[in-house]
Design a protein around this ligand. Structure first.
Ligand code: SAM
Length: 276
């Protein structure tokens, strides 16, 4: 009989968020596959658990997944954890989970926090429908291109971002979604310096500019989707854009029309229907 692969969520900032069920399973498995074995050893030690640890990270995922699969097929039960939050969500483990499912090894979840869902739960931005975008590309051109693809997204969007890129990312997001798009920057969730910044992209960017402390730590950005503009507001906005574009370069005309109407710049220029 194959063993079970347990996919276990761990805390994103507060050790008390490790569930009792996670502890029970972690204490019972033959070994724990961990993104960073030192961090996981410390987590386990904090709750009095000691298990053999094997590293599984982005650089050894293929090789380690094959080894883990052989052990699972040999009857061992293994736990998969990442440094924080839910494995596979912008974290390693996908190859192993898919391979295990393909060969019929039972894969069972032990749910817990994930920064994306935690941020959505406190952002105060509609979340009946949302899309998880994870990390945007680090290269500015590719980041802008990816954001542009989201210009007409009507669902709430969730992004992970690194502190060293957050200001540039906010600039690009404002260019695509408009400065006044509702947003929440959730920093250091479940930690001592937990902060929620809002209510829109410009306010967040201003706060970061004025307060260097706010540029530090782990951060998740939640951005509201595009409100379907009313047809009349859209028609009037486009009329304004066309008028301005007779005197100004299209990009400048679109910027002014966007700031006057509150509609995203992409409605006029750089979107699908460039000012038609
Ligand atoms: N798998 C993890 C999860 O489910 O939460 C996410 C892993 S991803 C590599 C790490 C990113 O998640 C961070 O760069 C940050 O964007 C976000 N994140 C993780 N912990 C966070 C926290 N405490 N507060 C805000 N964002 C956090």
């Amino acid at each position: 009989m194959a063993g079970t692969l347990w996919v276990i969520a761990t805390p994103i900032g507060n050790l008390e968020d490790l569930s009792p069920r996670a502890r029970t399973v972690l204490a019972a498995v033959d070994a724990v596959l961990a993104e960073d074995t030192r961090r996981t050893r410390a987590l386990l030690a904090s709750v009095g658990i000691e298990r053999p640890l094997l590293s599984l990270h982005e650089h050894n995922e293929r090789k380690r997944s094959n080894e883990a699969l052989a052990r699972l097929q040999g009857g061992e039960s293994l736990a998969l954890v990442s440094d924080a939050g839910t494995p596979l969500i912008s974290d390693p483990g996908f190859r192993l989970v898919r391979a295990a499912r393909e060969v019929g090894v039972p894969v069972r979840p032990v749910p817990g926090p994930s920064a994306a869902i935690v941020a959505l739960s406190v952002a105060g931005i509609p979340c009946e429908r949302f899309c998880f975008e994870g990390f945007l590309p680090a290269a500015p051109i590719r980041r802008k291109a990816r954001l542009s693809e989201l210009a007409h997204e009507t669902r709430t969007m969730v992004f992970f971002e690194a502190p060293q890129r957050i200001e540039a990312m906010l600039e690009d997001a404002m260019a695509v979604f408009g400065e006044r798009r509702r947003a929440c920057l959730a920093r250091e969730l479940c930690k001592l310096h937990e902060t929620l910044l809002g209510p829109d992209l410009l306010a967040i960017a201003e706060r970061l500019r004025l307060d260097p402390e706010q540029r530090l730590g782990e951060m998740t950005l939640v951005v509201a989707g595009l409100d379907e503009p009313e047809p009349r507001a859209m028609a009037e906005g486009k009329r304004l854009y066309r008028l301005l574009a007779t005197e100004l370069p299209p990009a400048r005309a679109a910027k002014l029309a966007a700031s006057f109407t509150g509609l995203p710049r992409a409605c006029f220029y750089g979107g699908d229907g460039d000012g038609d």
